[in-house]
Every structure is written in structure tokens, then in C-alpha cells.
Design a protein around this ligand. Sequence first.
Ligand SMILES: Cc1ncc(COP(=O)(O)O)c(C=O)c1O
Length: 455
Amino acid sequence: MTIGVQSNDINEHFNKLFSSILLEQQKFDHIKPADESKKEVLNEKLKEYESLKGRGFFYPFMATGRGHGPFVELLDGSVKFDLINAIGVNLLGHSHPIYIKANLEAATSDTMMCGNLLSYQEPYELSKVLLNAVKKSRLKHFWFSCSGSFSNDTALKILWQKKAPNYRLIAFQKSFAGRSIAMQDVTYNQAYREGMPKSIQVDHVPHYNYKNSENAIQETIAALDKLIETNGNTYCALTIELIQGEAGFIYGTKEYYKAIFEWAKKHGIYIWVDEVQSFTRTTEMFAYQMFDLDEYVDVVTIGKVLQAAGTFYTEELNPKAGLIAGTFNGSIASLNAGKATVRYLKEGNFYGEKGRIKELETKFKAKFKALSEGSCKGKIPYYGGIGTMLSFEVGDGSVDVTNKFMKKLFENGIISFSAGKEPTRVRFLLPLPLLDSHIDEIFSIVEKTVLETIN
Ligand SMILES: Cc1ncc(COP(=O)(O)O)c(C=O)c1O
């Protein structure tokens, strides 16, 4: 594909620039403590930014724009393992050749952003790659948005129009769907909508009960039946995260999802899977593919790792003209990166039982097992997750202990984030470029930090 201007001179400079940037970034290949002389720079900028934003940050973090693979440099000169990746965005790690190239290619184009009115080649190319990746399902169309929340709003509008006036929505307890006015009602955590009026009708049912897995299907189906009993069949759709991210990675089994989806189909209720966080991060490109649910999905939303966001839907759900629009598809650099990322992941050895993602999951779980049965016995009561989405509990799993642990872990060189409430878990959204030597180092830091936090 020709992107923007090209000439021998540009190509020569492009190649030189690409390798010079990569060579410089590759120097960030190990963790390092802060530089005494730079600590003040970070503190001052953060303080000023906090006053501009009107609120403090959880970590004293501001990036320099330098980093490579799992490593990121901060303004205080420290280099850390980034195991949260902007809450799941940077699956390929820092300064991946795909990211550098996508930015340089975008610089040869004449504008910054692509939109819906006058199209460019980038959204067209990315749509083809994405729809090719879902071809075993009935999903036929893809609509770009600029955030996961907005791709969910688009999903809801499409479903509402199709099922009008049946506007009620089924969601799951502990779910997270984003920050838009509609999605704050789909999100289970009430603290995220304090003082807000209720704007849409959502009913939450229990997700997979891993503590009583034998009865999990019955528990959810009974709650679903109860909804119909109470409200009649006034539902347009059921929305679900197959791997509940903000809940600390709660997920069910293939049989569980099939039973729920069969129930929905029986009642003429559409199935909308929110893969904003799980897209590309499990042992198949989509979590619904990993659970073999291709035949059921009517709408799927994605974001984060794509470096853009959007909504897949079936032919029958294609909305009437006028319902969905908007200025932006995304930036040219983002759409370039999205296309290259999906191709790279599809063509490389990342998915399936023998793929790199499963291998990373297995290695991390083995390390957690060794720690929780060895030097940290009784101090890591839970570890789990799937693919590159892993979590663990420290001590009593309270918010206070977990926050204390994560802040110490940050000081010791690893960036993580929390998920869930009662219990609260430490969450890792792993980048792919992790070597065995990195994993060994990560676990010796986790061990040291657990022992420092819990006596
Ligand atoms: C499952 C899920 N849905 C939706 C969103 C919202 O995406 P965004 O923050 O890009 O609006 C998120 C973000 O964390 C998410 O995890």
C-alpha cells in the first residue's frame, strides 16, 4: 500500500530514521533506580500536572517516551518493568518496530486523522484485516470509534434500534463497560456513577461463580429467568465480558457461556460481547473464539491493543442511515499500527495451546505457584487469569494492603494495577516481549515485595 508521499530519498531517510530510533530505544533493556538529580524534575512536573487536572495520580509516573519491550523510562531516570501497559494497550511492549514504523509512515501522509466522510486507505485496510479475523462468525461489518466506551455506545444504539421499544439490557455483576453516560449504567460499580441520574435500564445478573462452579450455570440462568418473569421479555440484548477485566479476571467455561447464550437465543435476545480489554490477549485473538462461541455473537466491541476501537455487527443489525456517524475513525498512525498488529499476531506463533500467549500464562502461573507454596506461603492466597491477563491477591486482599503492595512494587521496579473489590487483586496485563530472564527477575521482585509488605 502506498501511504502518503514516497521517493527514493524519503525511503532512504525512512530506513535510516527507523533503525536509528530503534537502536536508541533498545538501550532501555533493564530496570534502574531513579537518578537523584532528576527526582525533582518528575515531582515538579507531576505536581503541576496534578493541579491542572485537579486530581492526583496513583503512581509518581510520567514517561520520557523512551523504553523498549517490557521496559519504560520515567522522568526521574528510573526504568521499570511495565506490566500494565496503559491498562492493556501496549501488548507489543514499548518501541516495537510496528509502532515506530506506523508513526513514520503516518508522517508521510498529508493529515493526522481519518474520518467517516472522506475516507483514507488506512481504515479500509484495517477493516478488511479485522473482518477476516472474525470470518467464522456471522459478524459482517466494523464501525470505528475513538474509545472502547464509544464503541459500546455504538453497539447499544444498533441493538436498541433493531429491538425498539425493547430497550432493557442484561449485564453482569462486576462488569466494566466504560465511562460514557450509558456505559456507567452498564458498569456494576456504583462508586463510578455517584450523583449520576440513571439513564438506561440495565439489570445485572451474577457472572460465573468460580467458588461454586457446579451450580454456576443454574445460578445465572435462574437470575435470567427471574428478569423475564419480572419485566417481561423487554430486553434488546445481553452484554458480557467473557473475561471480566476490572473484576480481577473472572471467567467461566465454554459450557457456561454456551448455556447462557442458548438461553438468550431462545428468548430472541441479542448477544453482545465486550472484548475491549480481552481482544488479542487470550489464547485466541478473541476470547469468544477461545470459548468456541463463534456461532452466537451478534455484536463484538474492541479497543485498547488495536490502538483504535470499534464495533463488529452482523448483517441483520446493520443500522439505518443516520444512526451512527462521527468525525473520527482514528489517527493514521494508530490505524497503521492496528493493522500491522493484527497481522503480526495472526501470522506469528501467538495463539493456540502451543502459542506464546499460552506459554507466558503457564510460566507465570508456575512462578506464582512456587512462590505461594514456598517463601510466600499464606501470603498469596490466590493467583489466576488467562493468557496475558493475570492477577493475584496479596495478604487479606483488602484495598489498603493491595495498594500498599502495588506502590512498593512500583518502587522496586514493576508497574501493575489493581482490579476488583472484596477481594482486590493485583493485575498484570503482560506485554509479549518478555524473556525467561525477565520473568525470573520479575518474580524475585514480587517475592521481595510480598515479604516487605506482609510480615
Ligand atoms: C471491558 C471494557 N469495556 C470498555 C472499556 C472502556 O474503554 P475506553 O477506556 O477505551 O473507553 C474498558 C476499559 O478499560 C474495558 O475494560
